[in-house]
Design a protein around this ligand. Structure first.
Ligand code: TRP
Ligand code: ZN
Length: 876
């Protein structure tokens, strides 16, 4: 078996060239075996470049058995094989020809979970981005689109279920007793959308009738015993199919849509044509085993993968630099869908929280890149919060600038022009321009500009003329000296001193309370006339652009918007800014017991008393910014001070409103949820109350958590009880964690939560606990979910102990990176980012963190994946 050399070569967008040859059809036969698997492929090729003399096919970790051209088996001297390619000479006159290629692979030994591998005894594939080259030699690039016919042959009892893309065309038992099935996918597709699954799986079936009246079979395949946990995924799928028809006019295009849930999966899920493969975490759920947040995650990931059928599969990427073409757009669509299915304001708050928690630090650190990167070493490292989440914000801004109707016209033109093609983000933007008639020339800069723009706000009111002048200035620390201003949509409204909306008196939004203005210059002034008194401007409503705002506002101003803004997102955001300011001041004072300002307490009291708000919104509004959020606002992050002060504030809020928290706790547990709100909103608020009650430090509330856990009939309440107690050392805590393990040890997804809660505990024994958990019989680095639940949660979710002074936290992480570098480099590379934030910490921690990065760079057989992340983290 050939091994890939670790070259660490950089690939550039500017070097893109069309392929020399195209592949029209692929006939694959995959013979699944217990020791190895034989893949035979017949490729029908056509010349695409008259001057090309050689055909170079991608292939890695393959054993070439034979290769024939137009029926003639080639001799070893007629081709070249290295660790990455199979290269053939193609005579100049040859236009069309076919190749028969036979390779041997060992899926049983594939721990990278890329290509064909085994999970819980079943075969499955993951081909995005470049996994197909681990199955057979191929032109493994998204601009080569072929019609696939796939025959799977294997043991009929071990693998009664055999699936691939498209429609089933043949099924038989061979003379040797093996089973053979054939699938044909009529839609030409790139190899990254190929999938194959074989195993002894259970099936849950339903159907969907499209608006044109076609009946689509919907099938979810899971490991046996999980059939009763597919209901929510199936409902989510049907809702997604209906929504895409109504919102975008997009109907499904095969007779069957299949989802397979697998236990070992590097990411969330994969949109393979007609055969989505999912991390079981995003399929399996019952109220007893999954939290409300898990249910939401399933709904959005099912939608995301389904929506890829049009945005990704029917229209795909020309090359991997265009990844945001499908990912940013599809995240935007899944966010829109979730906003339509649930509370739009709560959904938006969650989307922005995720963006700020994951994307802002990325964009401010050494791994910053534009949503369309210009170069990479390993493409898997670019499935980032920037490409996905900021990419979605960029699409959202286009939507905001165009408005609903013109956006739809633009999307219609995009589908009309490019259906069946592999395109660039430029082609997307120009279709949106063409369909809407809106000029996006300057807007295009968002695609190539790294860093989060910062907007500095200046306000002036002229009493005499009654005019208010709003001056906004753009800057961007990452974009360099020749920074060119971006086209930024500013959704805003004005309020009077009582918080009442003031309608605009002139301009395009005359008579309206809110409007979208175009900010296009480095410094720009907007003038509003006809005002009696100085207005208060509510800016960037709904987070109308992914920016940081720099605005002089004191506690009273922020409390005003927290209480009055008609834009719920800005209400929440004002509360967060207020809390952030207060916590940062307490940190400066080095005093976590100093009384919180009255303005803040009163603002909190008002929200607590407001019964008209959605309970999930109330819960979000009453939750302090997270420790990592606060950290982003400190010049040098002090994890211990942040934790101490934030906990001190929670204790004060707990004590001050103890009666109200108790009332809310009871109200939300007993009474039925308000008619227009889901039960999950009540649970959210109830559990927010619980955490504040526990924060009082009173023993009674340990008892309350204990009772909640013991009486709970749902995972949301069980996890909330454990989470509330995780930081204390108390017999009740130990008893509940032991009980949970006992009760759920057979359910991997439930046990993942047990590892995660302990990884995030902030108490003296945490480091020792994490080390002991790594030796726990149920722990393994081989399963990505389990690894992330302990190591990922520790490194990204426990700042106090990950950054513990001795450096032990850093050493734990780098040890895991070293181990995974050998078995699963994709996952290993994703763990590097927390160390990459070293510049944000004090000198001592910087030294410890960079020492681990240096160690990682010296690892033997360092993968491209880990190399790129560690090298950039250290030197960028
Ligand atoms: N295209 C997938 C999605 O966003 C992402 C994905 C799944 C992926 N598995 C992967 C990307 C493995 C890289 C490697 O829906
Ligand atoms: Zn996606």
């Amino acid at each position: 078996m050939s091994k890939s050399p670790a070259a660490h070569a950089t690939i550039y967008l500017k070097d893109y060239k069309e392929p020399d040859f195209l592949i029209k059809t692929v006939d694959l036969t995959v013979e699944l075996g217990e020791a190895d698997t034989i893949v035979t492929s017949r490729l029908d090729l056509a010349r695409n470049n008259a001057a090309a003399k050689k055909l170079s096919l991608n292939g890695e970790y393959l054993e070439l058995v034979s290769v024939a051209m137009d029926g003639r088996t080639l001799e070893a001297a007629e081709y070249e094989v290295d660790g990455k390619h199979l290269t053939l000479n193609i005579p100049a006159k040859t236009d069309g020809f076919h190749l028969d290629i036979k390779t041997r692979i060992k899926p049983q030994e594939n721990t990278a979970l890329e290509g064909l591998y085994k999970s819980s005894g079943n075969f499955c594939t993951q081909c995005e981005a470049q996994g197909f080259r681990r199955i057979t030699y191929y032109l493994d690039r998204p601009d080569v689109m072929a019609v696939f016919t796939t025959t799977i042959i294997g043991d009929a009892t071990r693998y009664p279920v055999m699936l691939s893309n498209g429609n089933l065309t043949a099924e038989k038992i061979l003379s040797d007793g093996r089973k053979s099935v054939t699938w044909h996918d009529p839609h030409p597709k790139p190899a990254y959308l190929f999938a194959l699954v074989a195993g002894d799986l259970a099936m849950v079936e339903d159907s969907f009738t499209t608006r044109s009246g076609r009946d689509i079979k919907l099938r979810i395949f899971v490991e046996k015993g999980n059939e009763d946990k597919c209901g929510h995924a199936m409902t989510s799928l049907k809702k997604s199919m209906k929504w895409d028809e109504e919102k975008y006019g997009r109907e499904y295009d095969l007779d069957i849509f299949m989802i397979v849930a697998v236990s070992d999966f590097n990411m969330g899920a994969m949109e393979n044509k007609g055969l989505n493969v999912f991390n079981s975490k995003y399929v399996l759920a019952s109220p007893e085993t999954a939290t409300d947040a898990d249910f939401d995650g399933i709904e959005s990931v099912i939608a995301h993968e389904y929506f890829h059928n049009w945005t990704g599969n029917r229209i795909t990427c020309r090359d991997w630099f265009q990844l945001t073409l499908k990912e940013g757009l599809t995240v935007f669509r899944d966010q829109q869908f979730s906003a339509d299915m649930n509370s739009a304001a709560v959904q938006r708050i969650g989307d922005v929280q995720r963006l700020r928690a994951a994307q802002f630090p990325e964009d401010a650190g050494p791994l910053a890149h534009p949503i369309q990167p210009q170069s990479y070493v390993e493409i898997n490292n670019f499935y980032t919060a920037t490409v996905y989440e900021k990419g979605a914000e960029v699409i959202r801004m286009i939507h905001t600038l165009l408005g609903e109707e013109k956006f739809r016209k633009g999307m219609d033109l995009y589908f009309e022009r490019h259906d069946g093609q592999a395109v660039t983000t430029e082609e997307f933007v120009s279709a949106l321009e063409g369909g809407s008639g809106v000029d996006l020339t300057q807007f295009r800069r968002w695609y190539v500009t790294p860093g989060t723009p910062e907007i500095t706000v200046n306000e002036k009111f002229d009493e005499k003329t009654g005019t208010y002048k709003l001056t906004l200035q753009q800057s961007n620390a990452k974009a360099g000296a020749d920074f060119k201003p971006l086209h930024i949509p500013l959704r805003m409204g004005l309020l009077d001193e009582n918080g009442k909306a003031i309608a605009f008196t002139e301009g395009p939004f005359k008579g309206k309370n809110s409007g979208v203005f175009d900010l296009t210059k480095k410094r720009e002034t907007f003038t509003f006339a006809g005002l009696k008194s100085p207005p208060r401007a509510s800016l960037f409503r709904g987070f109308s652009a992914p920016i940081k705002i720099n605005q002089q506002m004191d506690d009273r101003d922020l409390a005003f918007f927290f209480a009055k803004d008609e834009d719920l997102f800005n209400r929440w955001d004002a509360g967060q800014r207020l809390a952030n300011n207060i916590i940062l001041k307490q940190i400066e004072k080095q005093d976590e017991t100093a009384a919180l300002p009255e303005a803040f307490m009163e603002a909190f009291a008002d929200i607590l008393a407001d019964k008209d708000l959605d309970r999930a919104f109330t819960a979000a509004a009453l939750t302090l910014p997270g420790e990592q959020d606060i950290a982003q606002k400190m010049p040098v992050v002090d994890v211990d001070a942040i934790h101490k002060v934030r906990e001190g504030a929670r204790r004060q809020i707990g004590l001050r409103f103890e009666e109200e928290w108790r009332r809310l706790y009871d109200e939300c547990s007993c009474a039925a949820a308000p008619a227009n709100q889901p039960e999950s909103s009540s649970r959210k608020l109830k559990n927010t109350a619980l955490t504040y009650l526990i924060a009082t430090g009173k023993e009674d509330y340990v008892g309350l958590a204990d009772r909640q856990y013991r009486a709970s009939d749902n995972m949301t309440d069980s996890v909330a009880a454990l989470s509330g107690l995780k930081d204390i050392t108390h017999p009740v805590r130990e008893a509940l964690f032991a009980d949970y393990y006992d009760k759920w040890q057979k359910d991997a997804l439930v046990i993942d939560k047990w590892f995660m809660l302990q990884a995030m505990a902030v108490r003296a024994s945490t480091i020792a606990d994490v080390k002991a958990l790594m030796d726990h019989p149920a722990f393994t680095l081989r399963n990505p979910n389990r690894m992330r639940s302990l190591i990922g949660a520790f490194a990204s979710g426990n700042p106090v102990y990950f950054h513990e002074r001795s450096g032990e936290g850093y050493r734990i992480l780098s040890g895991v990176i070293a181990a995974l570098n050998k078995t699963n480099p994709q996952i290993a590379a994703r763990l590097v980012a927390p160390l990459g934030q070293w510049r944000r910490y004090d000198a001592e921690r910087q030294g410890l963190m960079t020492a681990e990065l240096e160690k990682i760079l010296k690892l033997p057989d360092l993968s491209d994946h880990v190399y790129e992340m560690a090298n950039k983290s250290l030197h960028n």
